[in-house]
Structure formats: structure tokens, C-alpha cells
Design a protein around this ligand. Structure first.
Ligand SMILES: [Zn+2]
Length: 213
């Protein structure tokens, strides 16, 4: 839960840049449950006592005196369907949300996003918190597709840890910003399949890329 609290503090600090609103979760140590942010509590006011623990299997609340985020269903669905998933970050960040409103996928206009996905598609609109929205997210996510946009809503990013999910969310939001600005000038060039494959090979050869790459 400490990792989740630390990620929440970072997202709060970034909110001036990206806009805020959303929720985050992390699988608990024993893997059969997960911690999620509570509903209706400002992110800067969340401490360990406000966090909510839910069962991965049933979604039943195990710990916490507050109600879970209203969007808990897709968190539960992803953990239940995907063993590798250890953390989820959901943001109503500015540029991902802008692209979602015009049904435009985040394209590989920069190689940095390759560890998240080649392209981040837009899932059809569904009411927040609904089983329909959860189903769409659960089916779209895979180890090769670690993020999706939700139409007229925002983005969801999944990682093996909540820190990784947070990093994926930032990479999608940043790439959406580059794509948005480039599109104001002309249609941006998109990396080809061969170029993306070469980036994947370079990353696996040199380990995790740093900011300087
Ligand atoms: Zn939302």
C-alpha cells in the first residue's frame, strides 16, 4: 500500500500539468485482494486509513471505512483476468481525454511509448463505473497493450506494479500531447512496424531506457 500512496502523491503533484481526477489501485501482497483509492476524498487528503481493500475474486470490501472509488469494477476485472497485473492508474488527464473525444487513438509518434503499446485505442463510450466499461477494459488489456483511452473520459494504464502503471500513464499522456501539438501543424509521421520492432530490440538489449534516450 505504501507504493500506492507514494504514486498518489506523485499524481497529485503532477496535477497542475496533467489535470486531475481519477483513481489508482495496487494488488496487495497476498495477490487475492487489492487496495484502491476511496470515493469522494481529495487525493491530497488520502492516507493509509482512507484506503479500501477489495477482494479480487468477488469485489467484496475487506478493509476500510469508506466506499471504494466508483470505478472499482474495472480494477477488479483487470486483476481477476490478468495475473501479471499488479497496479492500475486511471486519469482524466488533458491530452488523452482530448483525443478520446474525437475518437483518435494515441499513435506511435514517439518511440518512448513502445513499452506500453504500439498504439493506444479508444474504447467506445460507457458510463463510468459500469460493468460494460469494465468489460471493454478487461478485454482490451494485455501484456502488449498496457493502456487504453476511454471515449469522452480519460485513460487507463496497467503495470506489473503501480509505479509501472503510473509511468505508463505518463508516457501515454505525454505522447498524446506531442500528437496533439504536431497535428495542429500537419499530420504527424508515425513510426512503422519495423521501426517499433527495432526500438523493442534496442530496449531489451540495453535494459530500461532512461530519460536521456
Ligand atoms: Zn474516470
Amino acid at each position: 500500500m505504501q507504493a500506492l500512496l507514494s504514486v498518489i502523491r506523485k499524481i497529485r503533484a503532477e496535477s497542475a500539468t496533467f489535470g486531475t481526477s481519477g483513481n489508482a489501485s495496487a494488488r496487495a501482497g497476498q495477490a487475492e485482494s487489492f487496495w484502491i483509492t476511496p470515493s469522494g476524498v481529495p487525493w491530497d487528503a488520502i492516507t493509509a486509513t482512507e484506503m479500501v481493500e477489495l477482494s479480487v475474486e468477488s469485489g467484496r470490501q475487506l478493509t476500510g471505512h469508506l466506499a471504494p472509488s466508483t470505478e472499482w469494477r474495472f480494477h477488479q476485472g483487470v486483476y481477476r483476468a490478468h495475473d501479471w497485473a499488479g497496479g492500475i492508474v486511471h486519469l482524466h488527464s488533458t491530452y488523452a481525454t482530448v483525443l478520446s473525444t474525437i475518437n483518435r487513438a494515441v499513435q506511435p509518434v514517439h518511440y518512448q511509448m513502445v513499452r506500453v503499446a504500439d498504439e493506444v485505442p479508444v474504447l467506445p463510450y460507457a458510463t463510468f463505473g459500469s460493468a460494460q466499461l469494465a468489460k471493454g477494459i478487461v478485454e482490451a488489456i494485455s501484456p502488449q497493450q498496457r493502456a487504453v483511452l476511454l471515449q469522452n473520459h480519460g485513460l487507463v494504464a496497467v503495470g506489473e506494479t503501480v509505479e509501472q502503471a503510473h509511468q505508463a500513464a505518463l508516457e501515454v499522456e505525454w505522447t498524446a500531447m506531442i500528437q496533439y501539438h504536431a497535428s495542429l501543424l500537419a499530420a504527424p509521421r508515425v513510426l512503422t512496424g519495423d521501426e517499433l520492432q527495432a526500438v523493442r530490440e534496442a530496449f531489451s538489449r540495453y535494459g530500461q531506457p532512461s530519460q536521456e534516450h
